[in-house]
Design a protein around this ligand. Structure first.
Ligand code: NAP
Length: 413
């Protein structure tokens, strides 16, 4: 812990450690959390209550999380003068697993986004978004239950790498000239320029995580989503490197879709089918044939669009959990923002953060407690006891506060 540290390490907890790329989880792990700004406080309290109760019920006191508050965002800025103290990413790295509420994006001050900063500092290269429907949650689809997919979005490359130059700037003009002079390619005068880097290293480590997840969780297929018909050396290469990785590292446990059909007539049961789809077609597929997709691995921009589109199909971002992970650090988080107009009103839906907590429990192997929470959320929604966002779309529902919804989940455990 840094000498000027603002956080207090719980005396009875033990650190999660890592050996040979495997996490070692004690029965009393210390897990750092950031409450978050705006509605963060309300949804964190609800989440903590639900997770603690589920663990108590599942393990009868034999396991317990020792929560450790660390700081970022407005609270950190107001109390310590820093939006993101160095000790915060350092603690997340040191303790391996952490969870956070939403954070305000500071206006000015040189930080683009605290979330992006955390991802970059910790090299959290895979953004994972499971999307599933809870019966009773209003959706625009006739059969929303058919969509049950986990999206692995590459988090560090693509047009999000932040390499772009403004129209008319000296560097943009020099770049346009260089492309003309050296490669005889025309770019229209005064164009803004953005760079889209996609590497074999970045692609393969993402696809590796997605395939390993499919194997570990008995998922039937992994789909590489790309726009390789147009961008051959970035998106097309993403597809090629993905297949290459499957062949080189997972030949015993995966099978390529073409081989699956051409040589085995679809009769292989014990292997993960690796396939690919062009991004625009994929947006149709998730609407028309959602049950054919279980795990998706995709580049940064495609993943951004696709995860919100999938979330909308099952009831919106309020119900969508997420995690950003590297090889030995995992940061679980609500996917929505701070919704500042609802601050301290005990009003909003805590499901996104609670479900991120379930992902966290699964990640540390405490699946029994995660299942208790999922079943209880399902039951609570079926009873039509929901927060305002769902209540306004449902007939005959009871509107609960954030804490009331958490209590209803607990009483259904
Ligand atoms: P937002 O905070 O996600 O809120 C937009 C709207 O989404 C809310 O007004 C509300 O809709 C609905 N909503 C969000 N969370 C909800 C919940 N838990 N339950 C029910 N409804 C919920 O988006 P924003 O207003 O664009 O962003 C506000 C701030 O959050 C910004 O500073 C932004 O940079 C930051 N942000 C942070 C993260 C993060 O930390 N991961 C992510 C995105 C944005 P209704 O008005 O219809 O009720």
């Amino acid at each position: 812990m840094p000498e000027d540290s603002h956080y207090t390490v719980p005396a009875d907890g033990k650190k999660i450690s890592s050996k040979n790329d495997q996490l070692i989880i004690p029965k009393n792990p210390i897990i750092p959390f950031i409450k978050g700004d705006g509605i963060g406080l309300d949804i964190w309290h609800a989440t903590e209550m639900v997770i603690n109760t589920a663990i108590k019920k599942a393990y009868k006191g034999k396991r317990i999380i020792h929560w450790m508050e660390i700081f970022a965002g407005e609270k950190s800025y107001n109390e310590f003068g820093k939006w993101l103290p160095d000790e915060t990413p350092a603690a997340i790295k040191d303790y391996h697993v952490a969870i956070k509420g939403p954070l305000t994006t500071p206006v000015g001050g040189g930080i683009r986004s605290l979330n992006v900063s955390l991802r970059q500092i910790l090299d959290l290269y895979a953004c994972i978004r499971p999307v599933r429907h809870f019966e009773g949650v209003p959706t625009p689809l006739a059969k929303p239950g058919a969509l049950n997919v986990v999206i692995f979005r590459e988090n560090t490359e693509d047009v999000y790498a932040g390499i772009e130059w403004e129209s008319g700037s000296d560097i943009a003009n020099r770049f346009i000239k260089m492309i003309k002079d050296e490669y005889n390619k025309d770019i229209r005068e005064n164009s803004g320029i953005g760079i889209k880097p996609i590497s074999p290293f970045g692609t393969k480590r993402l696809v590796r995580k997605a395939i390993q997840y499919a194997i570990d969780n008995n998922r039937k297929n992994v789909t590489l989503v790309h726009k390789g018909n147009i961008m051959k050396y970035t998106e097309g290469a993403f597809r090629d490197w993905g297949y290459e990785l499957a062949k080189d590292e997972f030949s015993d446990s995966t099978i390529i879709e073409a081989v699956f059909w051409d040589e085995y007539s679809g009769m292989v049961r014990d292997k993960v089918v690796v396939k690919d789809r062009i991004a625009d077609a994929m947006f149709q597929q998730i609407l028309l044939r959602p049950d054919e997709y279980e795990v998706i691995a995709t580049s940064n921009l495609n993943g951004d669009y696709l995860s919100d589109a999938c979330a909308a199909q099952v009831g919106g971002l309020g119900m969508a959990p997420g995690a950003n992970i590297s090889d030995d650090v995992a940061l679980f988080e609500a996917t929505h923002g701070t919704a500042p107009k609802y601050t301290n009103q005990d009003k909003v839906n805590p499901s996104s953060l609670i479900l991120s907590g379930v992902m966290m429990l699964d990640y540390i192997g405490w699946r029994e407690s995660g299942s208790l929470i999922i079943d209880a959320i399902r039951e609570t929604i079926l009873q039509k006891k929901v927060t305002y966002d769902l209540e306004r779309q449902m007939d005959g529902a009871t509107k609960l506060s954030t804490s009331g919804f958490a209590e209803a989940i607990i009483s259904n455990m």
